[in-house]
Design a protein around this ligand. Structure first.
Ligand SMILES: NC(=O)C1=CN([C@@H]2O[C@H](COP(=O)(O)OP(=O)(O)OC[C@H]3O[C@@H](n4cnc5c(N)ncnc54)[C@H](O)[C@@H]3O)[C@@H](O)[C@H]2O)[C@@H](O)CC1
Ligand SMILES: [K+]
Length: 246
């Protein structure tokens, strides 16, 4: 893993600021759309739908947290549905922070993606049976997580830890509970089977064990000049792919 270029959380924040600054002018919605799309595409690579097997598990359980990592999960769910999977979203703390989150929810309703809420806190695990679930998407926390983990997420993550040997977890950007720079230092953290780093891997990705976790980079939205300015080479994405296995 050490040969993979990573950028510190500080630099990652600067990259985001500049991408969404007046000169380049991306909006958060645009970046989130590409980020969520890249996570959905990673799932098609790691867990492809086998049309010859009508009994194949197709349920993907997406847990969306209260921030933008959660937003990536909502976008990912919509694309998964269009790719032929059966996404189920658990979104226990809806945000009012950005008005477009309501639109993301409306879009999921439009595609008839079930969304569990705070009201389902006693029964959400009924929808996450290992015998029916292909994989879990961890879109709970990304680079703004600060331990210790508060409820309801602590209990949710404890359940995920108990399930992680039975159902593979795909982590969006940062495995939940990991520190963006120092990795799994808190008391509660997951160990994903797949990590999708967005834009560029953060230092915590150096702590994944390549025997346990496949590592992808996604969020294909920067030019070579822009990457070089921040001290790294852009990733060699193939064709129209939005993700690259590292
Ligand atoms: N340029 C960007 O900023 C982009 C970021 N994206 C995603 O956005 C993520 C970062 O998003 P945010 O900055 O919104 O942050 P996060 O989604 O990492 O989490 C912030 C939220 O978590 C809560 N939180 C933090 N620590 C907690 C704790 N210990 N217990 C309970 N709740 C806690 C905060 O109150 C806040 O609501 C990235 O990792 C990435 O996945 C993508 O959407 C694409 C664009
Ligand atoms: K995550």
């Amino acid at each position: 893993m050490s040969s993979i270029k990573v950028v510190s959380s500080k630099l990652a924040a600067e990259i985001d600021q500049e991408l969404m600054g007046p000169q380049i002018g991306f909006t958060l919605q645009q970046l989130m759309e590409l980020a969520g799309f890249s996570v959905a595409q990673t799932i098609t690579h790691e867990f492809p739908i086998n049309k010859a097997n009508p009994n194949m598990k197709k349920n993907v359980f997406i847990i969306a947290g209260p921030g933008n990592n959660g937003g990536d999960g909502l976008v990912c769910a919509r694309h998964l549905k269009l790719f032929g999977y059966n996404p189920i979203v658990y979104y226990p703390r809806r945000t009012e922070k950005q008005p477009f989150y309501k639109q993301l929810i409306s879009q999921l309703d439009f595609f008839k993606v079930p969304i569990l809420s705070q009201d389902d806190s006693d029964n959400w695990l009924d929808y996450l049976k290992p015998e029916n679930t292909l994989c879990i998407v961890d879109a709970i926390f990304g680079f703004s997580f600060k331990p210790p983990m508060r409820e309801p997420f602590k209990s949710i993550v404890d359940h995920l830890i108990a399930l992680e040997d039975k159902v593979p977890i795909v982590a969006v950007d940062i495995p939940t509970g990991w520190d963006v720079d120092q990795g799994p230092i808190s008391e509660t953290f997951i160990t994903p089977k797949v990590l999708v780093s967005l834009t560029v891997p953060k230092p915590c990705s150096a702590f994944i064990n390549p025997k346990l976790t496949s590592h992808y980079v996604g969020g294909r939205f920067i030019s070579r000049e822009f990457a070089n300015k921040f001290g790294f080479e852009p990733f060699d994405y193939e064709g129209t792919d939005q993700v690259l296995k590292l």
